[in-house]
Write a protein that binds this ligand. Sequence first.
Ligand SMILES: [Ca+2]
Ligand SMILES: [Ca+2]
Ligand SMILES: [Ca+2]
Length: 149
Amino acid sequence: MLIALTIALVCSIAYNVYQHKVIARSEGALFDWSYELERDIQVCRLRTDGSLLSVWYDLNEDLADDSSVYFDNKGRSASAWVDLDYDGIMDLEYVLGMDGEILATYEDSDRDGRVEDYTRHTNDSLITYRDKNQDGHFAFTEIIERRSR
Ligand SMILES: [Ca+2]
Ligand SMILES: [Ca+2]
Ligand SMILES: [Ca+2]
């Protein structure tokens, strides 16, 4: 009896989470959203040809997505976003190369909703720029750190 009740409760919670996630995504004209209950991910596909565009994760299970991976037109991961402080705004973006290697990161370091740090990943070093004058460009004069790797 208790087992049946527990199963019913778990099913009910899972269903409510599912409903919430379905409602949370409005269906756009260009995209099809689907929710995979087993993996607890949201999948976004292009409506025109069904190709995979992005996958969204809710890592801290608060019903709000906090990370996502975008794919290029060959299905390779091209970039990833992470909401580090779980406030609903993505803070860190990884730009990925053809083999999934990190080419660069962009980060909203002070969490004001605006990206100001850019780190270029080369073969032997990481070079971080901060957009001090907030013009959207990362100039050589704005390099704040160089690390070898
Ligand atoms: Ca979350
Ligand atoms: Ca955030
Ligand atoms: Ca910022």
